[in-house]
Design a protein around this ligand. Structure first.
Ligand code: S3P
Length: 183
């Protein structure tokens, strides 16, 4: 084992396009943890993709599935969990992750979110008819305080390499562990 970290659940929160999945995978490898992504888990379990779930069950149906997945996954040990951008809207999800995990908010500018999301088609909230910049801005205003509410670490990701981001997170995890405290 490379590190001794007392938090066995590490959770990444933040908006669409923050890099939660990419960073989560690298971080999990670095820590020797398993990696889970709540969106992928919802798709795996339902056998349907997210736009289809939104279409058929509405956003509320998707959020129910998301809450179930987060509740279950947050019981696991030694995992990094990347959550969907809207997951922290539900108070029960905030209670789950903040109570059990070390939560990292990957704070990202609207410009970066826009850059990283404008090509994908798997995000029903950014449909072709909408002005994505405006939607991302509105969601950010609504959600930023909720991400902050649960976060043990707020990390601005703009202008930082993936390597640097992972390094800062590992450092912060080690610092949060009383066993690693310097005398
Ligand atoms: C959503 C973000 C998406 C996905 C769904 C809804 C949101 O996840 O859960 O499309 O409400 O912001 P990512 O943040 O991984 O893109």
């Amino acid at each position: 084992m490379k590190y001794s970290i007392n938090k066995e659940l590490v959770v990444l929160v933040g908006p669409m396009g923050a890099g939660k999945t990419t960073i989560g995978k690298i971080l999990a490898r670095e820590l020797g943890f398993d990696f889970y992504d709540s969106d992928h888990e919802i798709e795996r379990r339902s056998g349907a993709n997210i736009p289809w779930i939104f279409d058929v069950e509405g956003e509320a149906g998707f959020r129910d599935r998301e809450a179930n997945v987060i509740e279950e996954l947050s019981q696991l040990k030694r995992i990094v969990l990347a959550t969907g951008g809207g997951a922290m809207m539900r108070p029960e999800n905030r209670v789950q992750v903040a109570g059990k995990g070390f939560v990292i908010y990957l704070n990202t500018s609207i410009e970066q979110q826009h850059k990283r999301t404008h090509k994908g088609q798997n995000r029903p909230l950014l449909s072709e008819e909408c002005d994505p910049y405006q939607v991302l801005s509105e969601l950010y205003a609504l959600r930023d305080p909720l991400y902050r509410e649960v976060a043990d670490l707020v990390l601005d990701t703009d202008k930082k390499s993936l390597k640097m981001i992972v390094k800062v997170i590992v450092h912060s995890l080690l610092e949060s562990d009383p066993l690693n405290e310097q005398p």
